[in-house]
Design a binder for this molecule. Structure first.
Ligand code: C5P
Length: 236
């Protein structure tokens, strides 16, 4: 069954928390990104949990640094009340292994996933940096993340099945760039809808603008949940 993660990317804390209130009671994850975390800090995570403690939180900070800094930061992140965070696969296998190693004795540690290729990259932009096409490199990054012991990867919908086939069914694929019912793609290049996510065996779809820019975000969220066959918890 696919999980839905709603990106809290609104311009202010007040707007983000209003959205959280509107979504209270729904069986979803919430994604706290760089902007919100830099501005609103760890208090923001507490605010979300105060609204509904059942929301799972994905902290999307995309760590990229030397192994020692990544590992010590991971240890700090694991102290927060979050359920998942991410690091860049391009930070290398040693850094990824060191992150997993430092967390190995922590009970109920958050899931750690690796960013393969940003969904805003087209092939040309990607090749300018990585000198390989997206599919080949994303698969290579995923294998390295899998071998380093991570729980999954962030990838586009179109790489999910290949990644699962070359790693393991249980290796999570988390896919942004989702336009559930073919809404406008904005700055995302490799976008896919719910049907594509199902066909590609995706574990979690991340949806931002199609929800928070909709005239009725809770209604839109329920519609998505119904389409990914999730039962909607009743609004408290
Ligand atoms: O509004 P939209 O649905 O495009 O939001 C996608 C979210 O997923 C944004 O918060 C963006 O930062 C994040 N993301 C992404 N591509 C990645 C990793 C995260 O778009 N590879």
């Amino acid at each position: 069954m696919i999980e839905l993660c709603v990106a809290l990317d609104m311009p202010s804390k007040t707007q983000n928390l209003k959205l959280v209130y509107q979504l209270k009671g729904l069986d979803i994850w919430l994604k706290v990104g760089l902007r919100a975390f830099v501005r609103d800090g760890t208090e923001f995570i507490k605010d979300i949990k105060n609204i509904d403690n059942n929301f799972k939180i994905f902290l999307d900070l995309k760590l990229y640094d030397i192994p020692n800094t990544m590992a010590s930061t991971a240890l700090e992140l694991a102290k927060l009340d979050i359920d998942m965070f991410n690091i860049h696969a391009s930070s290398g296998k040693i850094a990824m292994k060191q992150v997993m190693d430092v967390l190995k004795d922590i009970k109920n540690r958050p899931k750690i996933i690796a960013v393969t290729a940003l969904t805003s990259f087209d092939n040309k932009l990607f090749e300018d940096i990585y000198h390989q096409n997206i599919q080949t490199k994303a698969k290579q990054f995923a294998i390295q993340a899998y071998e380093a012991g991570l729980d999954g990867v962030v990838c586009s919908v179109f790489e999910s099945k290949t990644i699962k086939n070359t790693t393991n069914d249980k290796f999570m694929t988390v896919t942004p760039g989702i336009r559930p019912f073919d809404e406008v793609s904005n700055d995302q290049f490799r976008v896919g809808n719910i049907k594509a996510a199902k066909d590609e065996m995706v574990d979690m779809i991340v949806v931002g603008r199609p929800i928070y820019e909709d005239k009725n975000p809770p209604e839109k969220t329920r519609e998505i949940l119904n389409n990914i066959s999730k039962k909607t918890r009743e609004i408290i």
